[in-house]
Design a protein around this ligand. Structure first.
Ligand code: PMP
Length: 453
C-alpha cells in the first residue's frame, strides 16, 4: 500500500510554514504561541510531514475523514462533477444535489426526509434552531453542558464547553442543563439506571422553572463527541423524546460528529431507536472532502414551510462538488462495508485494546465508546478520578497532557486531545493492523502520562 511519505523535502516544508505563519490566522489559537505542523500529504488513515515523519491519524482530521484521506473513488467523483457542473445556485434542481438529498434522506431515521444543505455543522445547528423557533413560535432553546455545537453565534451559545466563555454573547434564548455522564455524574448517581432517572428528572425540573410552553427546542448531541464521547444510558434519549412530545418541544439531535458511520451505524440515533424532529449532520457525510453539512427535517416541520417561506439560505447550499462527494462517499461506505468495519474494529480491537491499556496504566481512569469513537479519561488518581490536568488548563498547568501528546507523536501517532482526555477516533475504515499500531503508540505515550499520577 503506497501510504509512505515521498522523499522528504524540508525546504518546501519551511516555505509552507513561513507563509502560514505570515498570513494564516488560525482557529482557537493564540497566534504567536502556535507551531503548526507543515503537512505534505495524506492517504487512508495516515498523513506525513516534509521531514519524512508519518503519522497514524487518530483524530480523523477533526473527526470527519470517516473513509480516510484521498479515497480514489471520491476524488474521481469530485473531478468528474467538476467537469460536468462545478457550481450552480441553490434555487435550481440539479442532479448532484437531488441525488445526495435522496441518498441521505433514505438513510436518516424515521420521517426525516427533507434535507436543507449547509456548508458545515455550525450552520446546520443555526438553521435547525431557526426552524424550531419558527415551527413552535417560541424562542428559548435548551442545550447541555459538556456539549459542542459549533462556533457561529447561536451555535457557540448552545455549546456547553469552556470554549464558549470568551465569545458567548450572553447566550440569548439559551438555557443549559446537565445531560447524563455517569463517570462524573452531575447527579451523584452510581448506576446507569439512577443516572438516567435523575437526568430526566433534572430536565423536567429545568422545564418546570423555565416554562415548558416557552421552549422551542431541546438540542443534544446523540453521543456528545468533543466533550468526551459519553454514550447516554439506556432510556435517556427515549425519555427526552417523550418530554418533547408532551410539551410540543422540537427535539434536535446533533449528529455532526457521531453520524455517518462513526459509531458503527449510519447514525448514533440508530443505537437508541429514537427519531428526532430535526437532525444536523456534516463531517462524515462526505468525509469533509468538500465542505457540506445539513439538517434532516421531519415531515411535520417541513409542512410548516409548505406555504410559508423558510427565511434562510446560503449561497453554496448543496454545492455540486460537495454533493457529488457525498454521493460517492455513501456508495463507498456501503460498497466497502465501512460502517460494519467501524463496528467490528470497535468491538474486537479498539474496545478490548483500550480496556487493556486502562488496566495497565494508572493514568487511564475510564475507557468509553463504540465503533471508531472512543475516549480515554486521563486522571492523576483512579480512586478520586482527579483529572490529569485541571479543567480548561493552559500552559504549565497543561504540561502532563502536552507531554502525553508529544510522546504519542514521537511514536508515530497523531492524538486527539481535549482537556484531560484523549480520543481514539481513526477513520471508520481503519484496518485491524492500523488500529493495533495506534494502540501500541498509545501504550508508549500513556507511560509518560503515568509519570504524573
Ligand atoms: N456539532 C457537533 C456535534 C460538532 O462536533 C461540530 C464540530 N466539531 C459542530 C457541530 C460544528 O461543525 P463545524 O465545525 O462544521 O461548523
Amino acid at each position: 500500500h503506497p501510504r509512505h511519505a515521498d522523499a522528504a523535502d524540508p525546504a518546501a516544508g519551511a516555505a509552507v510554514k513561513a507563509a502560514d505563519r505570515a498570513h494564516v490566522f488560525h482557529s482557537w489559537s493564540a497566534q504567536g504561541l502556535i507551531d503548526p505542523l507543515a503537512v505534505a500529504g495524506a492517504e487512508g488513515a495516515y498523513f506525513w510531514d516534509y521531514d519524512g515523519n508519518r503519522y497514524l491519524d487518530f483524530t480523523s482530521g477533526l473527526v470527519y475523514t470517516n473513509i480516510g484521506y484521498q479515497h480514489p473513488t471520491v476524488v474521481a467523483a469530485i473531478q468528474e462533477q467538476a467537469g460536468k457542473m462545478t457550481t450552480f445556485a441553490p434555487a435550481f434542481a440539479i442532479e448532484s444535489r437531488s441525488e445526495a438529498a435522496r441518498l441521505i434522506a433514505e438513510r436518516t431515521p424515521g420521517d426525516l426526509d427533507k434535507i436543507f444543505f449547509t456548508n458545515g455543522g455550525a450552520e446546520a445547528v443555526e438553521n435547525a434552531v431557526r426552524m424550531a423557533r419558527l415551527h413552535t413560535g417560541r424562542t428559548k432553546v435548551l442545550s447541555a453542558y459538556r456539549s459542542y455545537h459549533g462556533a457561529t453565534s447561536t451555535a457557540i451559545n448552545l455549546t456547553g464547553d469552556p470554549r464558549r466563555w470568551a465569545s458567548d454573547n450572553g447566550s440569548a434564548g439559551v438555557v443549559r442543563f446537565w445531560a447524563p455522564f455517569l463517570y462524573r455524574s452531575p447527579f451523584y448517581a452510581e448506576t446507569e439506571a439512577e443516572e438516567c432517572a435523575r437526568a430526566l428528572q433534572h430536565l423536567q425540573d429545568t422545564l418546570a422553572y423555565e416554562g415548558p410552553s416557552t421552549i422551542a427546542a431541546i438540542i443534544l448531541e446523540t453521543i456528545p463527541g468533543t466533550a468526551g464521547i459519553m454514550t447516554p444510558p439506556p432510556g435517556y434519549l427515549a425519555g427526552v423524546r417523550e418530554i418533547c412530545d408532551r410539551y410540543g418541544i422540537v427535539f434536535v439531535l446533533d449528529e455532526v460528529m457521531a453520524g455517518f458511520g462513526r459509531t458503527g451505524k449510519w447514525f448514533a440515533a440508530d443505537h437508541f431507536d429514537v427519531v428526532p424532529d430535526l437532525m444536523t449532520f456534516a463531517k462524515g457525510v462526505n468525509s469533509g472532502y468538500v465542505p457540506l453539512g445539513g439538517v434532516a427535517i421531519s415531515a411535520e416541520i417541513a409542512a410548516t414551510f409548505d406555504t410559508r417561506p423558510y427565511p434562510g439560505g446560503l449561497t453554496y447550499s448543496g454545492h455540486p462538488l460537495a454533493c457529488a462527494a457525498a454521493i460517492a462517499t455513501i456508495h463507498v461506505m456501503e460498497g466497502e462495508k465501512v460502517i460494519e468495519n467501524a463496528a467490528r474494529i470497535g468491538e474486537t480491537v479498539l474496545g478490548p485494546g483500550l480496556r487493556e491499556l486502562a488496566e495497565n496504566h494508572p493514568s487511564v481512569g475510564e475507557v468509553r465508546g463504540l465503533g471508531a469513537f472512543w475516549a480515554l479519561e486521563l486522571v492523576r488518581n483512579k480512586e478520586t478520578r482527579e483529572p490529569l490536568v485541571p479543567y480548561n488548563a493552559t500552559g504549565a498547568d497543561n504540561a502532563p497532557m502536552a507531554a502525553f501528546g508529544a510522546a504519542a507523536k514521537k511514536n508515530g501517532l497523531w492524538p486527539f486531545i481535549n482537556m484531560n482526555r484523549t480520543h481514539a477516533v481513526p477513520a471508520c475504515n481503519v484496518t485491524e493492523a492500523e488500529a493495533k499500531e495506534g494502540l501500541a503508540a498509545l501504550d508508549a505515550a500513556l507511560s509518560v502520562a503515568d509519570e504524573h499520577t
